[in-house]
Write a protein that binds this ligand. Structure first.
Ligand SMILES: Cc1ncc(COP(=O)(O)O)c(C=O)c1O
Length: 410
């Protein structure tokens, strides 16, 4: 029996996470499948940001750095995020952006292995991760060994200082084997840094359990922290005492208001701070994390796998004659919370879908990519998305000239 809209409604009716959708302000009539790029707006954020502007910035002015805990916010928000990472709270810091944090962590990591000459990474890693590996290698005179995902384990030898990978591939949605690769890195005497941008909030990384050395990620995707939300860094406690990085700034100093000439690293994660936190973004992110309060990550993961599978099954059933090629692992357990299909007309198809209120995105060279945030995407949304896709294709709506025009952000 083909899947029906009623089947999807029944799945929503028995979904233990269904009520969480009310925590989000989603526009009527929109099916939002781009939470893997920019998470939806949690309803409570505008009021919190307004209160911040009026009562903290407006009324209490500079006293807010103490009175409202602005100064400690990178640690406090890090501690709030920590359970989603499977990390003890004193190992997570929220600050700066992800690209900068990759540079800081990678630089500090290679300095912990001064007798080694290689950073291992993967061809499908996000470009900024690759560029930062190149930068760090250039500064330290190292080699970047870039291999395909299937060859990572073979690339780890005694020359390797750090293995730098993304937990979930941003193009294919493939989940890399974080426990096994971290173990292999350690067995070879190397360190492991994981970019969790596409996994935090939709699946566990169990950083402490897997004895991961370093992790980084952003706040604006599944975590819903808002555009340009501050990023996060995780450093395993066993490395805190020796870890140093090249962007040490006054907020990372052991006594920042001593204002002394020499840098003295602060304790624990403090030394990973650089300068003044962007408080408007920080406060939005801190409030946004409330949508995860008391949530069971296993339930999120189960629903995430079911949503991606439903999308794949519906495309398979209803668009079998179209040249859609699945670019994601067929096994849901090896898939993150997104699905990509290659199609020669993917770009205009995505634009036509957006015009019809189904928001996904396009990734080069020919990928229609959709992401499923289990806290607010319903099974019936998946049904509607595929129904709209069928209509866009059967009417050739995608072939209107303006859908072929390229914008800066795809
Ligand atoms: C996996 C991954 N790493 C890094 C980045 C870059 O992050 P930022 O632009 O916040 O520095 C992104 C952006 O989407 C990403 O998906």
């Amino acid at each position: 029996m083909p899947i029906s809209e009623k089947d999807c409604e029944a799945l929503d009716a028995s979904d233990p996470l269904a009520a969480r959708r009310d925590l989000f302000a989603l526009p009527d009539g929109v099916v939002y499948l781009d939470g893997n790029s920019l998470g939806a707006l949690p309803r409570s954020v505008p009021e919190r940001v307004n209160a911040f502007i009026n009562d903290e910035w407006g009324r209490d002015l500079i006293t807010s750095w103490n009175a409202h805990g602005w100064f400690d916010s990178p640690h406090r928000v890090g501690a709030k995020l920590a359970p989603l990472l499977g990390a003890a709270p004193d190992q997570v810091l929220v600050c700066d952006n992800l690209s900068l944090n990759i540079f800081k962590i990678l630089s500090g990591a290679v300095a912990l292995r001064p007798d080694r000459s290689v950073i291992v990474t993967e061809l499908g890693n996000f470009p900024t991760d690759l560029y930062m590996a190149d930068s760090v290698a250039a500064v330290h005179g190292l080699e970047v060994r870039t291999v395909d995902a299937g060859s990572v384990l073979d690339a780890i030898d005694d020359d390797v200082a750090v293995v730098s990978l993304s937990h979930v591939d941003f193009r294919t949605g493939e989940v890399l084997d974080l426990p096994a690769i971290t173990r292999a890195a350690h067995e070879a005497g190397a360190l492991a840094m994981w970019d969790l941008a596409h996994s935090t909030g939709v699946m566990a990384a169990d950083l402490d359990l897997n004895d991961v050395d370093f992790a980084v990620g952003c706040g604006y995707k599944y975590l819903c922290g808002g555009p340009g939300a501050p990023a996060f860094q995780y450093v395993n406690r066993r490395l805190h005492a020796e870890f140093r990085h090249p962007l040490e700034g006054w907020h990372g100093h052991a006594d920042p208001f001593a204002l002394t000439r020499g840098f003295e690293p602060g304790p624990g994660m403090t030394r990973l701070r650089t300068g003044t936190p962007a408080m408007l973004s920080m406060v939005a992110f801190e409030e946004a994390l409330e949508v995860f309060a008391g949530v069971d990550l296993a339930q999120i993961r189960t629903k995430s796998m079911a949503l991606t599978q439903l999308f794949i099954d519906l495309v398979g059933e209803r668009l079998a004659d179209e040249p859609f090629e699945l670019v994601a692992p067929a096994d849901a357990s090896r898939r993150g919370s997104q699905v990509s299909f290659a199609h020669p007309d993917a770009y205009p198809i995505v634009q036509a879908l957006i015009a019809r209120g189904v928001i996904g995105d396009f990734r080069e060279p020919d990928r229609l990519r959709v992401g499923f945030a289990p806290l607010y995407v319903r099974y019936v949304d998946v049904w509607r998305a595929v129904a709209t896709l069928c209509s866009v294709i059967s009417t050739r709506q995608w072939d209107q000239p303006h859908f072929h025009e390229r914008s800066t952000v795809t």
